[in-house]
Design a protein around this ligand. Structure first.
Ligand code: PEP
Ligand code: MG
Length: 890
């Protein structure tokens, strides 16, 4: 029988899938003997059961009742006892942390009677009433679905009435009044009074947490973070401890290291006389954790001791939620903390130095996505004065128009406008706006506020707590000392590292990591920072362990050179089409318009020397590294004017009675002849080579002659010739015969050996299926996953992103574009089949990928799992591919 409920003392940190991150870590802390209030976890299995059946598992109620009794025994209080009630919190906790996205209800178990018991036991009526009004407020919003603002407005009204600066300034009378008005709101909005039965409150809260898994913001978050919608959340029911009990009570958040830099030290925020959500919500300005030493020295010392225990146990940066009740410290949560990209590298390197983890483990702690973030530009040096300064909560350099609400940010993004989301504080409903913004600026809240935590998780630039700024969303302006510094639409620049806010647009420059990766700042240079050294170290580990080679897609000598400095071990795809543009259009046009073989040959002969120079340049740039040159791929009409433009031009000229030059008429005839309804499925790739005599031959001759020329200079290039869009082995064999003839011809004039590796792209489903026989005529395969995705799905790669993908994503049919991250089940299956069938008939076959997916982390792991030999991607993605290929090898 499935057990859906587990007391904390039964689990461990390895059970995140079942108990969720929070539950597993509460269990782990209990196991370590740390002070965790008693409680239990309802598993993610139960949530999935509810999702699939629309009701609770039949035994859940009994299991919860038994677990609650167990908690009562441990704490010696009864749930619903009017004299001395046990209160509980009901908290969400998925396997992968989704900060602030799901629900929590605190103080469950209070009602008109038990609130008196709580007051008597604690000796503080004020505390009891404050706890009760919080329950009403959270239960009303979360469980009963009443707009949170309804409660906030009532609270604000009472605060104003009493002249209280914040909630802490409300006296017992005011709180009693609030309890009354919150109860009225609930009855008015739902038609039924607030449930006085604690068990009904508990049931309602548990269901609300399950349901919050599918709240719109949670779905948006999972889409953004590529988290499976099927996982479900666990629910933790925990005996309440009270940070709002008295002057010796507090609540806070701490990190075992600085989440922005990874440095050891005391980092965190706390509030005296408050409950958990006050700190994270950013509604009250928090105090820095260091000050806790003066306020509550014993609890502070205990906290530091526990942080050491946790670092020792998790061998990583941990973040912690704690509560101090009358001087006694309680741990409410810990987890391996979210961190900035820079901190991820710094911490991984530091942990190797400390002997806590080995190099392989360190490599698992960083990712290609983080490396990409570190390559983003930063603000250029130079004199400038900040208009304000907050906390650098999530690094980066962001420039954008000031916008005060998420909807407008999202609308701007769709128009291609860059915005900064500027708020007093953010809340979980701002997620969409945060995702669409260049950066986030808040005037309230610390490094652990919602804005800071979420921005760090998303890698979004964020400055928080810029307190000197007065953010006024009603007037749609930001003021400093009463003066307007920015109106909506004005541009600000924010530096998420230093926390500075600048008026106007500040220029950017390459980051130090980008400079390092581009070979401009060696890691052993005295000016290299610890971050550069950490990146260098982990890249070194990745290069050492990875099995797959990383090549680059580059078409020019300059790009090839750049790719080499970024660590490319060859060119996996040199597209030759750009070599037919610009000044060479005239020759290409001549080729297309050629009326007879002589004219065609003349045009090809004119293109030959230019092609030879192109190839020689690439060969010089790559030296002895592999260089895969692909013969011409796109349909020829791409080199001619557009049919409609040309027809309109000619029709206008005719209408105006002007005579049309013969050349123009010939071009129009050719354009009409070559026009195709579906050019991507038309005359391109190998089909061109077979249809236009001499075209591929000219390219092959240029390659071989360039090779001879470069060899004469002392370089021995390693050239491979690649045929695009092959679907049948017969196409490939026919082209190979032509290549052999040309090779013989060129070889006749030299003593050099001109044997060249010939391979094909696999970018059509038929090619993948017939890979066995194709491999008999090829030395290598390179998967063209762009076309393979297009032809497998039947999605036009040029139109689809702007079309129905949006609907598909919104409706949960696709979470990622299959053109960005490989569809491993469909397209990936074809890659697997082709690799297996190809290797079966030709064990020497080299297998690579040169579609865009060669630079995508998830796809790289998949290609590694299929045993492919290399991936090839654009030069700037080469470092990411190296890192991920290394991670895939572990
Ligand atoms: C491909 O189709 O994946 C490929 C690399 O070729 P291209 O993008 O040039 O069509
Ligand atoms: Mg292609």
């Amino acid at each position: 029988m499935t057990t859906y409920v587990h007391p904390f003392r039964e689990g461990s940190k390895d059970q995140k899938d079942l108990l969720g991150g929070k539950g597993a870590n509460l269990a782990e802390m209990t196991r370590l003997g740390l002070p965790v209030p008693p409680g239990f976890t309802i598993t993610t299995d139960a949530c999935r059961y509810v999702m699939h059946h629309g009701q609770n598992p039949p035994d859940l109620a009994d299991e919860v009742a038994a677990a609650l009794e167990d908690v009562e025994g441990q704490i010696d209080r009864r749930f619903g006892d009017p004299e001395d009630p046990l209160l509980v919190s009901v908290r969400s906790g998925a396997a992968i942390s989704m900060p602030g996205m799901m629900e929590t209800v605190l103080n469950v178990g209070l009602n008109d009677e038990t609130v008196q018991g709580l007051a008597a036991q604690s000796g503080s009526e004020r505390f009891a009433q404050d706890s009760y009004r919080r329950l009403l407020q959270m239960y009303g919003a979360t469980v009963l679905g009443i707009a949170a603002s309804t409660f906030e407005e009532a609270l604000e009204a009472v605060r104003e009435d009493r002249g209280a600066a914040d909630d802490a300034g409300l006296d017992v009378e005011a709180l009693r009044e609030l309890v009354g008005s919150f109860q009225d709101i609930i009855e008015r909005e739902t038609g039924t009074p607030f449930p006085q039965d604690p068990h009904e409150q508990l049931r309602g809260s548990i269901s609300a947490v399950f349901e919050s898994w599918n709240a719109p913001r949670a779905i948006v978050y999972r889409n953004a973070e590529h988290i499976d919608h099927e996982l479900g959340t666990a629910v933790n029911v925990v005996a309440m401890v009270f940070g709002n009990l008295d002057e010796r009570s507090a609540t806070g958040v701490a990190f075992t290291r600085d989440p922005s830099t990874g440095e050891h030290g005391v980092y965190g925020d706390f509030l005296v006389g408050a409950q958990g959500e006050d700190v994270v919500a950013g509604i009250r300005n928090t105090r820095s954790l260091e000050e806790l030493e003066e306020v509550l020295p014993e609890a502070y010392a205990e906290l530091l001791r526990i942080m050491d225990v946790l670092e020792e146990e998790y061998r990583d940066l941990c973040d912690i939620e704690f509560t101090i009740e009358s001087g006694k410290l309680w741990m409410l949560q810990t987890r391996v903390g979210k961190r900035t990209a820079a901190a991820a590298f710094l911490i991984a390197a530091a942990l190797i130095d400390e002997g806590a983890i080995d190099e392989h483990e360190a490599l698992t702690r960083v990712s290609g996505a983080q490396l990409t973030r570190l390559m983003f530009p930063r603000f250029a040096g130079g004199e400038r004065t900040a208009v304000a300064r907050g906390m650098g909560a999530s690094p980066g350099a962001a420039v954008g128009e000031v916008v005060f609400d998420s909807e407008t940010v999202i609308a701007h993004e769709q128009e291609g406008r860059r915005s900064l989301l500027v708020r007093r504080e953010t809340n979980p409903d701002d997620l969409g706006g945060m995702l669409a913004a260049e950066g986030v600026l808040t005037s309230r809240g610390g490094k652990t506020s919602h804005a800071a935590v979420v921005a760090r998780g998303l890698g979004k630039t964020c400055v928080c707590g810029a307190e000197s700024l007065d953010v006024d969303p009603k007037a749609r302006e930001v003021r400093l000392d009463g003066e307007v510094v920015a109106r909506e639409g004005d541009v600000l620049s924010i530096d998420g590292t230093t926390g500075e806010v600048f008026a106007g647009e500040v220029p950017v420059e390459p980051s130090e990591v980008a400079q390092y990766l581009e070979g401009e700042l060696p890691a052993d240079d005295p000016s290299a920072t610890a971050l550069v050294r950490a990146v260098d170290r982990l890249m070194g580990v990745a290069d050492q362990v990875r099995r797959m080679q990383v090549r680059a897609n580059a078409d020019t000598a300059d790009d090839a050179g750049r790719a080499r400095t970024m660590g490319a071990e060859g060119i996996g795809l040199a597209r030759t089409e750009h070599m037919f543009l610009g000044e060479r259009r005239a020759q290409v046009e001549k080729l297309i318009l050629a009326g007879d073989p002589a004219e065609r040959e003349e045009a090809l002969a004119e293109l030959l020397p230019a092609q030879r120079d192109d190839f020689a340049g690439l060969m010089r740039a790559m030296g002895e590294l592999p260089l895969t040159i692909r013969l011409l791929d796109p349909p020829l009409h791409e080199f001619l004017p557009d049919l409609t433009d040309l027809s309109v031009r000619i029709a206008r000229a005719e209408g105006a009675g002007r005579s049309i030059p013969t050349h123009e008429r010939k071009v129009l005839a050719a354009v009409e002849r070559l026009h195709e309804q579906n050019p991507m499925l038309g005359l391109r790739g190998v089909r061109l080579g077979l249809t236009i005599p001499g075209l591929f031959g000219m390219q092959v001759r240029a390659i071989l002659e360039a090779e001879l020329a470069v060899r004469a200079e002392g370089v021995s290039p390693h050239v491979e010739i690649m045929i695009p869009l092959v679907g049948s082995v017969r196409e490939l064999r026919a082209i190979r015969r032509e290549i052999d003839e040309i090779t013989e011809d060129v070889a006749a004039g030299t003593t050099e050996d001109l044997t060249t590796r010939i391979g094909t792209m696999i970018e059509l489903p038929r090619a993948a299926l017939r890979a066995g026989e194709i491999a008999e005529a090829a030395e290598f395969f390179s998967f063209g996953t762009n076309d393979l995705t297009q032809t497998t799905w039947g999605f036009s790669r040029d139109d689809v992103e702007a079309g129905f993908f949006f609907t598909y994503k919104e409706r949960g049919i696709l979470s990622d574009s299959p053109f960005e991250s490989l569809d491993q089940f469909g397209v990936g299956e074809l890659v697997r089949i082709a690799a297996e069938r190809g290797r079966a008939t030709n064990p020497e076959l080299t297998l690579g990928v040169c579609g865009e997916h060669g630079g995508d982390p998830a796809s790289i792991h998949f290609f590694h799992s299929l045993g492919l030999d290399y991936v090839s991607c654009s030069p700037f993605r080469v470092p990411v591919a190296r890192l991920e290929a290394g991670r895939a090898s572990l």
